[in-house]
Design a binder for this molecule. Structure first.
Ligand code: BCO
Length: 565
């Protein structure tokens, strides 16, 4: 049975340490949220205690490799003392105070975990971003959030330097690098001399913890803000039933640090269950390195985007003997039943698809022990009551296509994002009657399994990335060749769908070589905005389909691409 909202039964006795059972009970709506909660203090430091009393097996908290022979292995105790040092760097030389926002643009290096945990210890609001962000993207993020500090690695310096004069609120630039840079504080230097004594702040359960920038159909990315409990407690059941984690497990979740999937799979779910987070930092994704890693390290649990599994099943997987792999997961975009089947035939392992969003986390999943229906993204997960609704907010019966929605009661579920910061209109637009609407269309069958149909809006989901067409069109229009463009999804056998741009050319470019111009426009987009958004397909057209009021009909182009008209 599913709860219809936050019907809390028991409250937490003051002063008693919170346990995993408490966190799970909160997700089942059997226990109320504690007034205060801090993931570092209430979860990580508890595991550290359990290490001391040997109640936790000798399994690292973080195990990081880079394929070049470098390796980092931290216990929860080490993670605790190192993140306390990092916390002192953030508050003392960086001068940051509780509630300040910190942009963290780091690749998959151990310091990303240290800085994130240090932000929790100090009550700073961290804003992860991929290192693919360009100067324009970073400028927008720093200005929109009024961030006080940016923590970045070498590759991000030129972009930050080119826009920093336009960010009056930014007080500190902290560099994670063995090199020093004028105008930047050096994290390694400050870290070396920082004290490991730090008292974790007592954050309120509903106090902001992180902000994720998320793309929509129109405008710039919105700032989805999450609380200490939405991220820190909200993944307890997901960790148990979808990821099937125990403190003996080693999970490799591939996601880039910029996405909430990294926070879910490589931090909150995993550490709530005391599992080891494994990280292999590859500068560029490569299937051979990926497969070698699975054969070399005792990874028990793998989570990656369907695009990665599509790439992997092209290989002869029977040649590989994965050391300890027992549970495989996927999410971020729809998984084709054929890939699930091929993975199973070649590895003997099932593939458990989950479905979720930056705003609300994991909504549906094929949970361990449940029958998998190939092509379905599983059943709704607690504490959510997932329904398919129509445009008026009425629940549709099984078999009817509509919008995937989450039922609300008088209290907003604690695991929801709190708001789109400074955007009450867009926050309000996610609510229809008694439901939160995901913007995705789907069907529920009579067994309660959900089947993804597509986006209700123009957002493109490619290789697990959520890409707003407006952002790509805005980049294209900066190029002198482009009079106007319309950006839509187009099918792709590996990436599920890719970004396709229909472009109307300006007079001087009409006779240009189309292949050369395509490459030039792609290159231009990669420089203007994060490269993963670039249009992998470009078509030059004389005009774009429009309504009588002049609005571009992206749906006509999209339907044409998908062979629907
Ligand atoms: O494919 P191309 O080579 O043509 O282009 C690639 C890169 O080479 C290029 N690029 C990257 N940095 C660049 C650059 N070009 C110029 N300058 C630079 N500095 O840009 C393209 C980027 O595409 P990509 O990221 O897809 O690269 P790749 O190597 O093909 O990676 C494949 C995947 C599958 C590993 C990658 O697409 C991926 O990680 N996808 C998963 C994304 C994900 O984690 N999504 C989860 C979001 S959270 C969520 O869904 C909520 C769930 C609750």
């Amino acid at each position: 049975t599913k709860p219809s909202g936050q019907r809390f039964h028991k409250s937490h006795p003051p002063g008693a340490p919170l346990t995993l059972a408490d966190f799970e009970a909160i997700n089942r709506c059997e226990r109320s949220l504690p007034k205060n909660f801090n993931f570092a203090g209430d979860v990580l430091d508890q595991w550290s205690q359990k290490e001391k009393t040997r109640e936790r097996p000798a399994n690292p908290a973080l195990w990081w490799v880079n394929g070049k022979g470098d390796e980092v292995k931290w216990s929860f105790g080490e993670l605790g003392s190192l993140s306390r040092k990092a916390a002192n760097v953030l508050t003392k030389p960086c001068g940051l105070e509780r509630g300040d926002r910190v942009a963290v643009i780091l690749p998959r290096i151990p310091e990303w975990w240290l800085i994130s945990v240090a932000c929790m210890r100090t009550g700073l609001v961290f804003m992860p971003g991929t290192t693919q962000l360009t100067a324009k993207d970073i400028l927008y993020r720093l200005r929109a959030s009024k961030a006080k500090c940016i923590v970045a690695s070498d590759e991000v310096i030129p972009a930050v330097e080119s826009i920093v004069s336009e960010c009056p609120d930014l007080k500190t630039k902290l560099l994670v690098s063995p090199h020093s840079q004028n105008g930047w504080l050096s994290f390694p230097e400050l870290f070396q001399t920082a004290s490991a004594e730090h008292s974790c702040v007592e954050t309120g359960s509903q106090e902001p913890m992180a902000i994720y920038f998320t793309s929509g159909t129109t405008g710039s990315p919105k700032m989805a803000q999450h609380s200490q409990s939405s991220l820190g407690i909200g993944y307890a059941l997901c960790g148990r039933y979808w990821l099937d984690l125990k403190s003996t497990d080693i999970i490799w979740n591939m996601s880039d640090t910029g996405w909430i999937k990294a926070a879910i799979g490589s931090m909150f779910s995993s550490w709530l269950h005391g599992a080891c987070v494994f990280v292999h930092w590859m500068a560029q994704f490569d299937t051979d390195t990926f497969l070698d890693t699975l054969t070399t390290y005792p990874i028990t649990t793998l989570c990656s985007a369907p695009t990665v599994y599509r790439m992997l099943v092209q290989k002869d997987l029977k040649r590989y003997k994965f050391k300890k792999l027992r549970h495989c997961l996927t999410g971020g975009e729809p998984l084709n039943p054929e890939v699930l089947e091929q993975w199973k035939v070649q590895t003997g392992l099932e593939l458990y698809e989950g479905y979720g969003q930056t705003e609300v986390g994991i909504i549906c999943a094929n949970q361990k022990g449940q029958e998998i229906k190939p092509g379905s993204m599983g059943k709704g997960v607690l504490p959510y009551d997932v329904q398919i609704i129509d445009e008026n907010g009425n629940i549709l019966p099984p078999g009817k296509e509509g919008e995937i929605a989450l039922r609300l009661t008088s209290t907003r579920p604690f695991c929801f994002f709190s708001e789109y910061v400074d955007n009450p209109e867009k926050t309000a637009a996610t609510i229809r009657g008694n439901f939160y609407v995901t913007g995705d269309r789907g069907v529920m069958d009579s067994d309660g399994y959900f089947w993804f149909v597509g986006r209700a809006d123009d957002v493109i989901i490619s290789s697990g990335y959520r890409i707003g067409p407006f952002e790509v069109e805005s980049a294209l229009i900066e190029h002198p060749a482009v009079v106007e463009s319309a950006v839509v999804s187009s099918p792709d056998p590996v990436r599920g769908e890719v970004v396709k741009a229909f472009v109307v050319l300006s007079a001087p470019f009409k006779s240009s070589n189309p292949e050369k111009l395509t490459l030039e426009l792609q290159d231009h987009v990669k420089k203007s905005t994060a490269p993963y958004k670039y249009p992998r397909k470009v078509e030059f057209v004389k005009e774009l389909p429009k309504t009588i009021t002049g609005k571009i009909k992206r749906n006509v182009l999209r339907d044409h691409e998908w062979g629907r008209i």
